[in-house]
Design a protein around this ligand. Structure first.
Ligand code: ZN
Length: 73
């Protein structure tokens, strides 16, 4: 079963580009802020920050599900 709702990565041609979301300074969600290739050997990514587009920035720790310390209320 293939899921073809995401665009194919133009770099490696095998991975898919999936959208990631983030949260802004005020905690407002920013949808589809970044797109990243699902192929770990490829690492192609595209990010939108302050209206500018950044292509293929080095991937830091946790672009794919940023880990934050759990908040205890
Ligand atoms: Zn790729």
């Amino acid at each position: 079963m293939e899921v073809s709702s995401f665009p194919k990565c133009q770099k490696c041609g095998t991975g898919d580009l999936v959208p990631l979301s983030d949260f802004g300074n005020q905690g407002a969600p920013i949808h589809y802020k970044a797109w990243v290739c699902t192929n770990p050997d490829c690492g192609y990514n595209l990010k939108i920050r302050n209206g500018d587009v950044y292509i293929n920035e080095p991937i830091g720790n946790g672009i794919n599900g940023r880990q934050r310390n759990p908040v205890n209320f």
